[in-house]
Design a protein around this ligand. Sequence first.
Ligand code: ADP
Ligand code: ZN
Ligand code: ZN
Length: 742
Amino acid sequence: MAYYADVIIDISKEKLDHTFQYKIPEDLAGQIYPGVQVNLPFGRGNRMVCGFVTEVTDYAKYDADKIKEIDSIVKESVAIETHLIALAFWMRKNYGSTMNQALKTVIPVKQKTKAKERRIICLCAEEEAAKEQLAVFFKKHHTARARLLEELLVHPEISYEIVTQKLNVSSSVIRALEEKGLLKVRLESEYRNPVGHIERKEHKISLNGQQKKAVEEILCGMRKGVCRTYLLHGVTGSGKTEVYMELIADVMKNGRQAIMLIPEIALTYQTVMRFIAKFGNRVSIINSRMSKGERYDQFLRAKNGETDIMIGPRSALFTPFCRLGLIIIDEEHEGSYKSETVPKYHARETAIERAKMSDAFVVLGSATPSVDSYYRAKAGEYKLVEMERRVEGRPLPVCSVVDLREELKCGNRSILSQKLQDLIAERLEKKQQVMLFLNRRGLSGFVSCRLCGHVIKCPHCDVSLSLHKNHRLLCHYCGYEREAPSKCPVCASSYIGGFKAGTQKIEEIVKQRFKYAKTLRMDYDTTRKKDGYETILSAFSNGEADILIGTQMIVKGHDFKNVTLMGILAADLSMYAGDYRAAERTFQLLTQAAGRAGRGEAPGEVVIQTYNPCHYSIVTAKDQDYKAFYQAEILARKLALYPPVSNLLFMLITAKEENAAGYAASYFAALIKKAQIPGLSMIGPASAAVGKVKDVYRMALYLKHMDYGQLVTLKDRLELFLKNREDMKQIHVSFDFNPMNG
Ligand code: ADP
Ligand code: ZN
Ligand code: ZN
C-alpha cells in the first residue's frame, strides 16, 4: 500500500489548510509522521523547498500518478514547528477536530491586517533653532504652527492623535513643519513589547522556609527525573507566585524558557508587575484583548528568542519557545483552561503532552486543586507538594456559616443576614473594606425550598433538576422530566421556587441599608468596556470605595490588603448547577472567596450564607479543609462513576429540525447499544442544557468508560459513520471529553 503525506509549505501564512499531498518514498516509510520537516520538489520548476508533514494517509486525493514524491527528511535541528504540529495531531486525536482546526489552535497565524501602529511626532531641531523659528511663526501669525512647536519644546515627543485632536493642529501643518526639518513622524508598533516601558524594580522578597522547601522539592524532583508534573497545593496567601518565580529563575539559569498560564481574569497589573520587577524585559504577555496580529507579534518575539517568559491565558501554551523548560499553570482548577471551541482541549493535559515533547516540566498550582489533578497526584502520576500556611504567619480567615432558613424563620427576608449586616457596620466604622460575593455561577434555575433547603434532584443521576418553561423540571443528563412542585415535598412549605438575585439589586439593598458607604459593582455589565475591570479593581484598591459587590470576577487571585470581611451571599447558587462538578466548583469558589479576606495585617472574617449549612462543600469550605472535601467528593464520583474515576464523553447533536436532532440522537444511541462495548455506559439521549440556540435544536448523549482510549475509538467510529451517511448531512455532532460545564 502506498502512503501519502499532507505537507504545509509556509507555516506563517493565513491558509494553514492549504496543504499539498506528496507520496512517501519506500525508503522513508515509517519515518514520516506529523511534524516531521521534509524537503520536497515544489511548483512547476520543482525547486526544492522545506515543508512540514501534517498528516499521513493511505489514499491519494488526486490522480496518484501525478503526485510528487518527498525528497528527504530535514536532518538538522528539530524546528519548533515540529513540536507544535505533533501537538496539534495529538489534540486532534484526543479531543476530536479536523487537523486544520487543531493546527490553527497551535500555530500562530500571521494576519494580513497591519499591526497597530502609533505615530509619534518628535522634535528634531536644536532648541535654539526651534525657538527662533517659533518667534517667526508668531510674527507671521501662523498660530497652529506656533502652537505645535511650542508644545514640542515642552514635550519633545507627542502622539499624533493628541496633536491632531487635542492641539487642533491639522496634518498639513505637521507636514509643513516636517518639510522644514523641525520635526519627524516616527512609527512605533504598539504591541511590539507591551511591557517594555515598565521599569525594572529591585525584587526584595526572600523566600520563607516553607517556600524554599517547596522549591527544593520540585527542583530536586526535576533533576532526578522523578516526575514530569508537580501539583503545588498551597493555601491562599501561602506565596505560590514567589515559588513560581524562583522556579522560572532556575530554568532560565539553565538557558531554558518558561510559560506561565494564568486565568485571564487574574491577569492583573499587580501580577504582571511582580514578574517585571524580577525579570524585566525578558517577560512577555498576551491577553485575549489583543488582536491575532498582536498576538502573532508576541509569538514572533518568543520564537526569535527575544523573551524567556510568556505569561497569558490558555492560548499562551502554544508560545513557540525553542528551549522550553517549564510550564506553570496557576489556579489550575479554573474552568477557563478548557477550550470551549473545537478542539475542546484541556490546557493541563495538553501542557503535559507538550512538556513531554520538549523534555520540559509542568507545575500546577492551586489552593483548591481540581479533583482530577489531586486524584492523579494521589495515584502517583503527579508529585504533590504542599504549603499549608500563609506567609508571615498570617492566620487564615475565620469563617462562619449563616443558615438562611433560620433567618427566614426569624422574619428576616433580606438577602443580607443580621450577622453580615452587623459585621459590615463594624468594618465601615473601622474604615476597613468589605467584599460581597454573589455566587451566580451556574444559575441554571434549580428549585429549592427556602424554609428547609430541600433541592429537587434527578432520581437517576444525582444532579439537580432545572426549571424550564411551563413549570417543567428537567434532568440535563438523562432527560428525566417532572412537574415543578408548588409545595416542598419534605416540609410542605410553599416557599419553594427558583433563586433570583442580581448584583444590581444587591447594590441597591446595600445602599439603602448603609447610606454613607461608597460601593463599587463588578459584574458583566460594568466590566464590558475595555479596561472596565482594571478601573474598578484599582479604584477599590486605592480605597475609593468601602464595599465591592461582584460575581466570581472578584474572587480570583486579587490581593487587597485592607479587605477584612468577605460576605458570600448565596453559596448555594453554584451547588446545584445540574452537572457533576457542581459541588467541586462551589467548594473552590467559596474557598477562593474566603482567601480574599485578611491578606494584610488585620485578620479576615468570612460569612457564608446558605440554605444548606450541612452540605459537605459548605462545611469543608468553612473549615478550609481541602482534604476533607476531596474525600467526600471522590467518594461521590466513585459511586456514580464520574471523572476522574471514569471518563465521560459528551456528544452534542445539533440540527435545524427538532425531529432530525431527536431522530439522530436515538439512532446513535441504538447504534452504540448494538456495538455492546464492554464497560461502556450511556446516559440519555436528552435535550441539551440549553435545548435550542439560534433556532438550532440540541440533543445530548453522555458516554462513560473507565478507559479514555475506548471513548476515543468510539468517537472515531461515529465520525467515520457520519461521514459516509448521505442522509445525515444536516446533522452536526460535536464531542467533548470530560466536559467542564456539561
Ligand atoms: P498565593 O498565590 O499563594 O495566594 P501570593 O503569591 O499572591 O499568594 O502571595 C501573597 C502575598 O504574600 C503577596 O503580597 C506576596 O508579595 C507576599 N509574599 C509572598 N512570599 C513572601 C515572603 N517570603 N515574605 C513576605 N511576603 C511574601
Ligand atoms: Zn421544605
Ligand atoms: Zn437524570
